[in-house]
Design a protein around this ligand. Structure first.
Ligand code: DGL
Length: 272
């Protein structure tokens, strides 16, 4: 297998189905590319685990995707990007690896008028400080305010994306944030959060622009494919879904994330 084979799929992984928000943007932006998506649903959440464990998981998922044959890897998980991107790039020097934090930070800096930027993410992403570092690297005058919102992850995995419980949770985490910080932009710094955007938007109000990394990540991927000259030209692309547990749940909730129905038979269960 040659990593540079243009017809190979792009590998995408997350701790669960949250990364499907990134896959969706990738499939829209790159209609000729095939994708193999792996959700490590058996070990979700990553966001409350140690950097050592998440890095071990990320290396295992990458190894499996690599064995299947991929030409580029997208780490569609902020937590894994924050703690494992460098380890992955070191372990697979021939494989282009793109994370979601730099694209998310770029999108936020582009969108924010006043440079007061909020970041909501898992505990591990917030504690690692990588969004703050990336935002300040791009826009040194910015003020960054970060908050962990870990309960959004199981809500999204359950498909409880709108309604009373989603809104109450958003209110509990973010009810006072805008008043206390004066943010004009809020980064949804976890790939599970975009499906909760409506509930989050209701709490922070129309004066705050919600930003996620999905579309900008797709731009980074397109740029990398062009620079390496590994764009696919097929008109017959394939989407493959892998998970480490729960094909039925993956299909049920994943269909909501992808905006098209998935069947459990579309999801192959793999063992890492
Ligand atoms: N979707 C992941 C992220 O972007 C992680 C959620 C979790 O497993 O805690 O951070």
């Amino acid at each position: 297998m040659h990593d540079s084979d243009c017809t190979l799929p792009i590998g995408v992984f997350d701790s669960g189905i949250g990364g499907l928000t990134v896959l969706k943007a990738l499939t829209e932006a790159l209609p000729r590319e095939s994708f193999v998506y792996l959700g490590d649903t058996a070990r979700l959440p990553y966001g409350t685990k140690s950097a050592k464990s998440v890095t071990r998981y990320a290396l295992q998922t990458t190894s499996l995707l690599r064995e299947r044959g991929i030409k580029l890897l997208v780490v569609a998980c902020n937590t894994a990007t924050a703690v494992s991107l460098e380890a992955l790039q070191e372990a697979y020097p021939g494989l282009p690896v793109i994370g979601v934090i730099r694209p998310g930070a770029e999108a936020a800096c582009r969108q924010s008028a006043g440079g007061r930027i909020g970041v909501i993410a898992t505990e591990s992403t917030v504690n690692g400080g990588s969004y703050e570092r990336e935002i300040l690297r791009i826009r040194p005058d910015a003020k960054v305010f970060s908050r962990p919102c870990p309960l959004f992850v199981p809500l999204a995995e359950e498909g409880w994306c709108d309604g009373e419980i989603a809104e109450l949770t958003a209110r509990r985490y973010l009810g006072s944030m805008v008043e206390e910080t004066g943010i004009d932009t809020l980064v949804l710094g976890c790939t599970h959060f975009p499906v909760l955007a409506e509930a989050i938007g209701k709490v922070v109000g129309p004066g705050v622009t919600l930003v996620d990394s999905a579309r900008t990540t797709a731009e980074f991927v397109q740029d990398m494919l062009e620079r390496r000259d590994i764009c696919s030209t097929t008109t017959d692309r394939r989407l493959t879904f892998l998970a480490t547990d729960g094909a039925e749940r993956f299909a049920r909730v994943g269909g909501y994330f992808m905006h098209h129905a998935l069947s459990p038979s579309d999801v192959e269960i793999v063992d890492l």
